[in-house]
Design a protein around this ligand. Structure first.
Ligand SMILES: [Mg+2]
Length: 256
Protein backbone atom coordinates (compact mmCIF):
# COMPACT_ATOMS: atom_id res chain seq x y z
CA UNK A 1 0.00 0.00 0.00
CA UNK A 2 1.26 3.47 -0.80
CA UNK A 3 1.33 6.12 1.90
CA UNK A 4 -1.07 8.80 0.65
CA UNK A 5 0.91 11.59 2.36
CA UNK A 6 4.21 10.53 0.78
CA UNK A 7 5.76 13.01 -1.70
CA UNK A 8 5.15 10.53 -4.53
CA UNK A 9 1.36 10.81 -4.04
CA UNK A 10 1.28 14.59 -4.02
CA UNK A 11 0.42 14.68 -7.71
CA UNK A 12 -2.54 12.31 -7.22
CA UNK A 13 -3.96 14.53 -4.47
CA UNK A 14 -3.39 17.60 -6.63
CA UNK A 15 -5.27 15.98 -9.52
CA UNK A 16 -8.14 15.11 -7.19
CA UNK A 17 -8.24 18.68 -5.97
CA UNK A 18 -8.81 19.89 -9.55
CA UNK A 19 -11.40 17.19 -10.25
CA UNK A 20 -15.12 17.04 -9.71
CA UNK A 21 -14.67 14.59 -6.86
CA UNK A 22 -16.74 13.38 -3.93
CA UNK A 23 -14.96 12.83 -0.62
CA UNK A 24 -16.36 9.96 1.46
CA UNK A 25 -15.36 9.11 5.02
CA UNK A 26 -16.01 6.34 7.47
CA UNK A 27 -16.46 7.62 11.04
CA UNK A 28 -14.97 5.38 13.77
CA UNK A 29 -11.27 4.78 13.36
CA UNK A 30 -11.13 7.18 10.40
CA UNK A 31 -12.47 10.62 11.33
CA UNK A 32 -12.72 9.76 15.03
CA UNK A 33 -10.18 7.80 17.07
CA UNK A 34 -11.24 4.36 18.31
CA UNK A 35 -12.15 4.50 22.00
CA UNK A 36 -13.04 1.71 24.45
CA UNK A 37 -16.57 3.00 24.93
CA UNK A 38 -18.15 3.57 21.47
CA UNK A 39 -20.64 5.99 23.06
CA UNK A 40 -17.77 8.40 23.66
CA UNK A 41 -16.36 8.35 20.11
CA UNK A 42 -15.95 11.84 18.76
CA UNK A 43 -13.92 14.01 16.43
CA UNK A 44 -10.92 15.81 17.85
CA UNK A 45 -11.58 19.58 17.78
CA UNK A 46 -8.90 20.06 15.09
CA UNK A 47 -10.42 17.37 12.86
CA UNK A 48 -13.87 18.93 13.25
CA UNK A 49 -12.58 22.33 12.19
CA UNK A 50 -10.73 20.94 9.16
CA UNK A 51 -13.67 18.77 8.10
CA UNK A 52 -16.05 21.73 8.27
CA UNK A 53 -13.67 23.78 6.07
CA UNK A 54 -13.25 20.85 3.67
CA UNK A 55 -17.05 20.65 3.28
CA UNK A 56 -17.03 24.20 1.91
CA UNK A 57 -14.53 23.21 -0.79
CA UNK A 58 -15.63 19.68 -1.85
CA UNK A 59 -18.86 17.70 -1.57
CA UNK A 60 -18.30 15.43 1.45
CA UNK A 61 -20.30 12.51 2.85
CA UNK A 62 -19.89 10.20 5.84
CA UNK A 63 -20.77 6.52 5.45
CA UNK A 64 -20.73 4.69 8.77
CA UNK A 65 -21.90 1.51 10.43
CA UNK A 66 -23.61 3.60 13.09
CA UNK A 67 -27.27 4.50 12.72
CA UNK A 68 -27.97 8.00 11.42
CA UNK A 69 -29.65 8.81 14.73
CA UNK A 70 -26.40 8.00 16.54
CA UNK A 71 -24.14 9.66 13.97
CA UNK A 72 -25.95 12.97 13.43
CA UNK A 73 -25.24 14.58 16.83
CA UNK A 74 -21.56 13.58 16.58
CA UNK A 75 -21.26 15.54 13.31
CA UNK A 76 -23.59 18.42 14.20
CA UNK A 77 -22.44 21.70 12.68
CA UNK A 78 -20.33 20.04 9.96
CA UNK A 79 -21.97 20.89 6.60
CA UNK A 80 -21.78 17.42 5.01
CA UNK A 81 -23.87 16.70 1.91
CA UNK A 82 -25.15 13.42 3.36
CA UNK A 83 -24.96 11.03 6.25
CA UNK A 84 -25.30 7.35 5.37
CA UNK A 85 -25.78 4.94 8.27
CA UNK A 86 -26.02 1.23 8.99
CA UNK A 87 -23.17 0.29 6.59
CA UNK A 88 -24.89 1.90 3.57
CA UNK A 89 -28.45 0.81 4.27
CA UNK A 90 -29.82 3.96 5.87
CA UNK A 91 -31.66 6.08 4.77
CA UNK A 92 -32.33 5.01 1.18
CA UNK A 93 -32.81 1.25 1.65
CA UNK A 94 -34.21 1.23 5.18
CA UNK A 95 -37.62 -0.45 5.05
CA UNK A 96 -40.27 -1.32 7.58
CA UNK A 97 -39.74 -4.99 6.78
CA UNK A 98 -36.04 -4.70 7.65
CA UNK A 99 -36.87 -2.92 10.89
CA UNK A 100 -39.30 -5.69 11.88
CA UNK A 101 -36.81 -8.40 10.98
CA UNK A 102 -34.06 -6.80 13.08
CA UNK A 103 -36.46 -6.36 16.03
CA UNK A 104 -37.32 -10.05 15.91
CA UNK A 105 -33.62 -10.99 15.71
CA UNK A 106 -32.96 -8.86 18.78
CA UNK A 107 -35.72 -10.59 20.74
CA UNK A 108 -34.35 -14.00 19.82
CA UNK A 109 -30.66 -13.19 20.33
CA UNK A 110 -31.00 -11.20 23.55
CA UNK A 111 -31.58 -14.15 25.88
CA UNK A 112 -28.98 -16.32 24.10
CA UNK A 113 -26.21 -13.73 24.47
CA UNK A 114 -27.11 -12.71 28.01
CA UNK A 115 -24.84 -15.28 29.66
CA UNK A 116 -21.77 -14.41 27.59
CA UNK A 117 -19.32 -12.38 29.67
CA UNK A 118 -18.42 -9.01 28.12
CA UNK A 119 -20.58 -9.47 25.01
CA UNK A 120 -22.84 -6.51 24.19
CA UNK A 121 -25.72 -6.46 21.74
CA UNK A 122 -26.31 -3.10 20.09
CA UNK A 123 -29.61 -2.47 18.32
CA UNK A 124 -29.22 -0.03 15.43
CA UNK A 125 -32.84 -0.43 14.26
CA UNK A 126 -31.89 -1.71 10.79
CA UNK A 127 -28.96 -3.87 11.88
CA UNK A 128 -27.42 -5.36 15.01
CA UNK A 129 -23.85 -5.09 16.21
CA UNK A 130 -22.50 -7.65 18.66
CA UNK A 131 -19.47 -6.20 20.41
CA UNK A 132 -16.68 -8.37 21.81
CA UNK A 133 -14.36 -5.60 22.95
CA UNK A 134 -15.05 -6.22 26.63
CA UNK A 135 -15.11 -10.04 26.44
CA UNK A 136 -12.18 -11.79 28.08
CA UNK A 137 -12.61 -15.16 26.32
CA UNK A 138 -13.00 -13.70 22.81
CA UNK A 139 -12.59 -16.93 20.87
CA UNK A 140 -15.21 -18.82 22.88
CA UNK A 141 -17.53 -15.80 22.80
CA UNK A 142 -17.21 -15.52 19.02
CA UNK A 143 -18.02 -19.21 18.58
CA UNK A 144 -21.09 -18.95 20.83
CA UNK A 145 -22.28 -15.83 18.98
CA UNK A 146 -21.90 -17.49 15.58
CA UNK A 147 -23.86 -20.48 16.84
CA UNK A 148 -26.67 -18.20 18.01
CA UNK A 149 -26.59 -16.31 14.69
CA UNK A 150 -26.96 -19.61 12.85
CA UNK A 151 -30.52 -19.86 14.17
CA UNK A 152 -31.65 -16.54 12.63
CA UNK A 153 -32.09 -17.60 9.01
CA UNK A 154 -30.67 -15.53 6.15
CA UNK A 155 -28.55 -12.60 7.34
CA UNK A 156 -25.51 -10.73 6.05
CA UNK A 157 -22.68 -10.96 8.58
CA UNK A 158 -19.82 -8.49 8.39
CA UNK A 159 -16.83 -8.74 10.71
CA UNK A 160 -14.96 -5.80 12.11
CA UNK A 161 -12.68 -4.72 14.92
CA UNK A 162 -14.05 -6.86 17.79
CA UNK A 163 -17.57 -6.70 16.44
CA UNK A 164 -19.89 -8.85 14.37
CA UNK A 165 -22.44 -6.86 12.35
CA UNK A 166 -25.70 -8.53 11.42
CA UNK A 167 -27.60 -7.03 8.50
CA UNK A 168 -30.80 -8.02 6.70
CA UNK A 169 -30.21 -10.01 3.51
CA UNK A 170 -30.11 -7.74 0.48
CA UNK A 171 -28.84 -4.77 2.49
CA UNK A 172 -26.57 -2.61 0.31
CA UNK A 173 -22.93 -2.30 1.37
CA UNK A 174 -20.87 0.85 1.75
CA UNK A 175 -19.49 0.60 -1.79
CA UNK A 176 -22.96 0.79 -3.33
CA UNK A 177 -23.82 3.65 -1.00
CA UNK A 178 -20.75 5.62 -2.08
CA UNK A 179 -21.51 5.01 -5.76
CA UNK A 180 -25.04 6.25 -5.23
CA UNK A 181 -23.83 9.40 -3.48
CA UNK A 182 -21.28 10.06 -6.26
CA UNK A 183 -24.05 9.94 -8.86
CA UNK A 184 -26.41 11.94 -6.68
CA UNK A 185 -23.94 14.83 -6.39
CA UNK A 186 -22.91 14.63 -10.03
CA UNK A 187 -19.26 13.81 -9.31
CA UNK A 188 -16.92 12.08 -11.77
CA UNK A 189 -14.63 10.54 -9.16
CA UNK A 190 -14.73 9.57 -5.52
CA UNK A 191 -12.08 9.44 -2.82
CA UNK A 192 -12.90 7.27 0.18
CA UNK A 193 -11.23 6.66 3.54
CA UNK A 194 -12.01 3.81 5.92
CA UNK A 195 -10.31 1.55 8.42
CA UNK A 196 -12.26 -1.66 8.73
CA UNK A 197 -13.76 -4.78 7.13
CA UNK A 198 -16.97 -3.04 6.02
CA UNK A 199 -14.88 -0.42 4.22
CA UNK A 200 -13.29 -3.18 2.14
CA UNK A 201 -16.67 -3.33 0.32
CA UNK A 202 -15.82 0.13 -0.99
CA UNK A 203 -12.15 -0.63 -1.63
CA UNK A 204 -13.11 -3.74 -3.64
CA UNK A 205 -15.36 -1.82 -6.05
CA UNK A 206 -12.40 -1.77 -8.44
CA UNK A 207 -13.04 1.25 -10.63
CA UNK A 208 -9.52 2.47 -11.44
CA UNK A 209 -9.38 6.14 -12.33
CA UNK A 210 -12.78 6.79 -10.77
CA UNK A 211 -12.41 5.62 -7.18
CA UNK A 212 -9.38 6.23 -4.96
CA UNK A 213 -9.30 4.47 -1.60
CA UNK A 214 -7.26 4.96 1.53
CA UNK A 215 -7.19 2.48 4.40
CA UNK A 216 -6.31 3.93 7.79
CA UNK A 217 -3.67 1.52 9.08
CA UNK A 218 -1.96 -0.57 6.41
CA UNK A 219 -3.01 -4.23 6.38
CA UNK A 220 -2.00 -7.06 4.13
CA UNK A 221 -4.67 -8.10 1.65
CA UNK A 222 -6.57 -4.80 1.65
CA UNK A 223 -8.15 -3.77 -1.65
CA UNK A 224 -7.24 -0.14 -0.99
CA UNK A 225 -4.23 1.12 -2.94
CA UNK A 226 -3.33 3.82 -0.43
CA UNK A 227 -3.00 4.08 3.34
CA UNK A 228 -2.51 6.38 6.26
CA UNK A 229 -0.16 4.98 8.90
CA UNK A 230 -2.60 5.73 11.70
CA UNK A 231 -5.75 7.66 12.52
CA UNK A 232 -3.55 10.46 13.86
CA UNK A 233 -2.65 11.36 10.27
CA UNK A 234 -6.23 12.26 9.29
CA UNK A 235 -5.77 15.96 10.05
CA UNK A 236 -2.69 16.08 7.82
CA UNK A 237 -4.64 14.65 4.91
CA UNK A 238 -7.64 16.97 5.37
CA UNK A 239 -5.26 19.91 5.63
CA UNK A 240 -3.50 18.96 2.38
CA UNK A 241 -6.78 18.53 0.49
CA UNK A 242 -7.89 21.96 1.68
CA UNK A 243 -4.59 23.64 0.72
CA UNK A 244 -4.48 22.03 -2.74
CA UNK A 245 -8.00 23.08 -3.66
CA UNK A 246 -7.47 26.63 -2.38
CA UNK A 247 -4.23 26.83 -4.44
CA UNK A 248 -6.10 25.68 -7.53
CA UNK A 249 -8.80 28.31 -7.04
CA UNK A 250 -6.31 31.16 -6.60
CA UNK A 251 -4.26 30.01 -9.63
CA UNK A 252 -7.38 30.03 -11.80
CA UNK A 253 -8.20 33.50 -10.54
CA UNK A 254 -4.74 34.76 -11.53
CA UNK A 255 -5.02 33.12 -14.95
CA UNK A 256 -8.12 35.12 -15.83
MG1 LIG B 1 -14.38 2.44 11.00
Amino acid sequence: MKHILAPAQRELLAQLSWSNTLLGFDFDGTLAPIVTDPLRANLRPGTRRLLAELCGLYPCVVISGRSIEDLAPRLAGVPLRALVGNHGLEPWKATEEMRRRVASWRRRLGPRLLGLQGVELEDKTYSLAIHLRRARAKKAARAAILEALGTLGPARLVGGKQVINVLPPGAPHKGLALERERERWGCDTAFFLGDDETDEDVFAMGTPGRLFCVRVGAVRGSHAAYCLKSQLEIDGLLDRLIALRKDGVSQRRHAR
